[in-house]
Design a protein around this ligand. Structure first.
Ligand code: B16
Ligand code: MG
Length: 216
């Protein structure tokens, strides 16, 4: 029986994905590295340093570990400026507030399970920092998605077993992580055509909480 729902953050609760794209594009342009929206799709749900490695596949020179750290820090600084100046509750994605409120009113526990180390700041900017029963994010984990660590920590913090939880994800790496963790997977947004998910929809506006808690 489903007792908890673990939500990915970027691409599920809020559209910070465009800010990630713009920040990576700025860094790549400065370095003369080819980058586009198609490559950006591969960064969905992937950690910051793993994202950088994907971008560097198109670099024409080798970067040392220190230089890679500088590139990732530079991108993150651009990203944080975008979060601070542009992110607000209006960026919460369609259907999210209704689903979260309905789950709460039905005594289903809700958590965040995000790869992002900026997750606390993002939740603050969209006024949802006190809304979830638990959060787990990039600051808590050693292995990022597709490893299930972040979702297992979220489930543990909810006091639930993995098979009592549904994970809502927009990334292939996140669907894999949910399945690797023994959880049910609900695919939304960019992951809609992922056949491995137990259920899929364009966004949370198209889903009722009965469909979530009866997922099989
Ligand atoms: P940060 P999620 C992920 O968030 C993003 O989808 C991914 O593009 C990003 O690289 C990753 O967080 C790390 O983010 O640089 O802020 O630590 O989808 O897992 O909520
Ligand atoms: Mg995501």
């Amino acid at each position: 029986m489903i007792k908890g729902v673990i939500f990915d953050l970027d691409g599920v609760i809020v559209s910070t994905d465009e800010f990630h794209y713009q920040a990576w594009q700025q860094m790549a342009d400065e370095e003369g590295i080819y980058f586009d929206r198609h490559i950006n799709e591969r960064l969905r749900g992937v950690s910051r340093m793993e994202s950088l490695e994907i971008i560097l596949e198109r670099a024409r020179k080798q970067y040392s570990e220190d230089q890679k750290t500088e590139l990732a820090t530079r991108k993150n600084n651009y990203y944080k400026v975008l979060l601070d100046t542009r992110l607000s509750p209006k960026d919460i994605l369609p259907g999210v507030m209704k689903v979260l409120t309905d789950l709460k009113n039905s005594n289903i526990k809700i958590a965040i399970g995000s790869s992002s180390r900026n997750s606390p700041s993002i939740l603050k900017h969209i006024d949802l920092e006190a809304f979830f029963d638990a959060t787990a994010d990039g600051n808590d984990i050693k292995k990022s998605k597709p490893d299930p660590e972040v979702f297992l920590i979220a489930a543990q913090r909810l006091g639930l077993e993995p098979d009592e939880c549904v994970v809502v994800e927009d990334a292939e790496a996140g669907i894999t992580a949910a399945l690797n963790g023994g959880m049910k997977a609900l695919a939304v947004g960019s992951a809609i055509s992922d056949k491995r998910a137990h259920f899929a929809a364009k966004d949370l506006a198209e889903i009722t909480i009965d469909q979530i808690i009866n997922i099989s």
